[in-house]
Structures are given as structure tokens and as C-alpha cells.
Design a protein around this ligand. Structure first.
Ligand code: NAG
Ligand code: NAG
Ligand code: NAG
Ligand code: NAG
Length: 383
């Protein structure tokens, strides 16, 4: 588009005037500035000014969608803090002291959830309950109920909730995120000591070991070794005739936790959230890829804490994970109405696992910029 000549000359004249005036501008003659600004406005002067400024600001990074706002007002992240309606504004707690427990909870597990939550609240955690059975009111009699955040959606899984309600921008304040099932016994678990250990050991992703005498243990790696504080590897035969030893570098020999009680650092959660697929609600297969979120070597940054351990009751609940084994489920407690729905859930989980594996393969193939840090060197003897 060609501007009318007259207008263009005016524009130039005003631009020149701007340079002459800029001295006065900075001396602080606000009066003059406002005056001229008003007059320039009608000549499209502000446009020109903005263009030049944009050039110098182009390199500045602004969160998408906030480009039309001045930077200082942009509030990119949030948290799950409840705030008072009146009174003085809260002073911010120090970031490093804030942690989050998010737990999938059904009313049938009220007692065990109550025990877990009480322990975490006394360690100053923010607590979030994902009610997958839609029952919220029946929790109100517990003293802590009003201090927890309740999210309810019927028949949804822990991963469905986590993907939707634990976006990294929402939970960025929390140093550690405990994303737990409800069917856990925590008599031998101390929250403060656990936090201290994972900090000292530099564990970005961790879980408390499972007491092998009482728990349903799916993988040897997660079983408690009563002689150690933390372990990252096992040295024994695992299923399928495979052997884990000191040289193992892959899950489930090392660099792996199970999904019933994972603990994520801020950074590892930021990564893991992106890997959770919207539609694959059982999240099978995710555990084997979590090493990519370990912020470094998965054989070092992922570990099992033995000195603080839990019991995994392995109840077939929606919040809890459905076992991979095909053995008939425990008769004791049932959250799903019938065996058949359990079977259907398991079937769907296996289908999801296949889809996830294929998606991963496809993504690797299509992304030429991505380098696999865990790629095995080509086997000797072959090729
Ligand atoms: C399991 O039982 C054995 C034998 O009774 C005992 O030595 C071991 O300490 C127990 N393990 C745990 C984690 O309590
Ligand atoms: C581990 O690797 C080293 C060096 O390759 C080898 O000497 C050692 O025997 C291996 N250990 C096991 C348990 O396979
Ligand atoms: C079942 O196995 C798959 C991969 O082998 C794993 O991703 C998934 O988490 C397992 N599920 C449970 C409940 O252990
Ligand atoms: C939730 O799942 C149960 C079976 O586990 C079923 O009886 C119920 O109808 C489902 N509710 C909804 C709203 O889908």
C-alpha cells in the first residue's frame, strides 16, 4: 500500500520532531510529552513508535497469548494455595518448603486415605484429592477435609486427573509432587525423612520401597532391601529368564519406579506431564519411559527409598493400578462393581500400552532433532 504523499511527509516530520524532543522526553517533562503524544496520536505516530520499539523487543520472549500485555503484569503460573477472603495478604512461603500430595481416592478407602493425608498435612503439604467415585460429601466429617482440594469426576483414573489438574504451570511452586494411589499403608513411612533422603541422594523420580512381606509386588526392583537406605538397581533374576546385574542400565532393572506411589521433582514432573497422553488414561508404558524425564542419568536420578517404606495392598480400585498378572483378583475389597469391569479395564490397559509404544516409536522416527540418550550401542557381532 502506498501512503498518500502528504501524509508520509507529515509522518517523517513528526518522526524528526520526536528525535528533537527525545532530549526533553527524558529530562522528564511529562507535560510536554503528554501533550505531543495526544497530538501525534491522530497522525498514526504511536504506530510508528511502536514499530521501532517492536524491533528492539522482538527478541524478548513473552508467554504466548500475553504479547498485548506489559510484561510485569503477566502471571504465568499459579498454585493450589487456598487464600483468605479478607485480612492481610499472605506472605509467600519459601518455594522450597512447598510440596504437593495428589491422591486418587474412593470412599471405600476412606480410612487408609485418612491416615495418609493426616501424615502429609502435618508435614505442611498441599493436599489434593481426586474423587473417582463422585463422592465428596462423605469426606466432610474428617477434620482436614476443608483444607484439602477436592476434584471429582466419576470413573476417571489418576492419570486422567493428573493430566488435567496438575499442569506444570499450576504446580510449579512445589518442589516435590507425590502422585499416589489410595491403597497404601504408611505406618513405616515418615514424610520429612523421605524428603530429606531424596534431596540428599538427588533423586528426581523416586518411590518408597514396598514391604515385600505384605505388599503386592509386581517388580523386584521396588521391593524393600532392609539393609540399605536407597537402592537404584537389583542383582537378581527377574521374570522371563532375564537377569539384572551391576551392569544393567535399563528398566525394570534400574532407572524405574512403579506407578502406585511415584514422587516427582518439579523438573521431572514438568517433563512427565508432557508425556502423559490425553486419551491413554491408564498410562501403561509411561513408567518405562520415565527415565527420559530423570534430568540426567536415569540409573542415578531414579531410586527406591528403602528406609522409608510402604505397603501396597494392591486393591483393584480405579485409583489404584490394575495388576499386569492374570491371576484372579483379591476377594477382600472391590471398588469396581464386578469382575467383568475389572477384566475390561485390564483389557483396555493392554490396548493402551500398545498404542503408547507405537506412538513413541513413531515420534522417535519423525523427530530428526531428537537424540536418544539411552540408545543401545550397536551389538557386537551383528553387522
Ligand atoms: C520380612 O520378613 C522377614 C522374615 O520374617 C524379615 O526378616 C524381614 O525384615 C521382613 N521384611 C520387611 C520389609 O519387614
Ligand atoms: C560388567 O561389565 C564388566 C566390563 O564389561 C565385566 O567385566 C563384568 O563381568 C560385568 N559384570 C557382570 C555381572 O556381568
Ligand atoms: C504393566 O506393564 C506395562 C509394561 O510392561 C507397564 O507400563 C504398566 O505400568 C504395568 N502395569 C502395572 C499395573 O504394573
Ligand atoms: C462407573 O463405573 C461403574 C463400574 O465400575 C459403573 O457401574 C457406573 O455406571 C459408571 N458410572 C459412570 C457415570 O460411568
Amino acid at each position: 500500500m502506498v501512503e498518500p504523499r502528504r501524509q508520509r511527509t507529515f509522518r517523517c516530520r513528526f518522526l524528526c520532531m520526536l528525535f528533537l524532543l527525545s532530549a526533553g522526553f527524558f529530562i522528564g517533562s511529562a507535560f510536554v510529552v503528554t501533550d505531543y503524544k495526544e497530538r501525534f496520536l491522530s497522525w498514526g505516530f504511536v504506530d510508528a513508535m511502536q514499530n521501532t520499539r517492536l524491533k528492539t523487543c522482538e527478541t524478548q520472549c513473552r508467554p504466548q497469548g500475553s504479547e498485548s500485555l506489559p510484561k510485569g503484569i503477566v502471571s504465568k503460573t499459579s498454585d493450589l494455595e487456598m487464600r483468605p477472603l479478607w485480612g492481610p495478604l499472605d506472605k509467600k512461603k519459601s518455594k522450597s518448603s512447598m510440596n504437593l500430595l495428589a491422591i486418587a481416592a474412593g470412599i471405600k478407602q476412606k480410612e487408609s486415605v485418612n491416615k495418609i493425608v493426616k501424615k502429609f498435612l502435618s508435614s505442611d503439604f498441599v493436599v489434593m484429592l481426586f474423587h473417582y467415585d463422585g463422592i465428596v460429601d462423605d469426606w466432610r466429617d474428617l477434620v482436614w477435609s476443608d483444607h484439602a482440594i477436592h476434584v471429582s469426576a466419576v470413573n476417571q483414573t489418576k492419570w486422567w486427573f493428573a493430566k488435567r489438574f496438575l499442569h506444570p504451570d499450576i504446580v510449579s511452586e512445589y518442589a516435590y509432587i507425590f502422585l499416589w494411589d489410595e491403597d497404601l499403608g504408611i505406618e513405616n513411612f515418615n514424610v520429612g525423612r523421605y524428603l530429606k533422603i531424596i534431596k540428599e541422594e538427588g533423586l528426581e523420580i523416586s518411590q518408597p520401597a514396598l514391604d515385600p512381606n505384605i505388599s503386592e509386588v509386581h517388580h523386584h526392583l521396588t521391593a524393600r532391601d532392609s539393609r540399605s537406605k536407597v537402592h537404584r538397581k537389583i542383582n537378581k533374576l527377574i521374570g522371563g529368564g532375564r537377569k539384572c546385574d551391576a551392569n544393567s542400565t535399563e528398566p525394570p532393572c534400574t532407572g524405574w519406579v512403579e506407578m502406585m506411589a511415584p514422587v516427582f521433582s518439579r523438573a521431572s514432573w514438568h517433563c512427565a506431564w508432557h508425556m502423559i497422553q490425553n486419551d491413554l488414561v491408564h498410562a501403561w508404558g509411561l513408567d518405562f519411559q520415565l527415565g527420559y524425564c530423570a534430568q540426567g542419568d536415569r540409573t542415578k536420578n531414579i531410586g527406591i527409598v528403602d528406609s522409608e517404606y510402604i505397603i501396597h495392598y494392591g486393591l483393584p480400585t480405579l485409583g489404584g493400578s490394575v495388576a499386569n498378572k492374570t491371576e484372579e483378583p483379591n476377594q477382600a475389597t472391590h471398588d469396581m462393581s464386578s469382575h467383568s469391569s475389572e477384566k475390561l479395564v485390564r483389557k483396555r490397559s493392554f490396548v493402551e500400552l500398545e498404542i503408547f509404544k507405537n506412538r513413541w516409536k513413531k515420534a522417535v522416527k519423525e523427530d530428526n532433532c531428537w537424540i536418544d540418550p539411552y540408545k543401545k550401542p550397536p551389538q557386537q557381532g551383528k553387522s
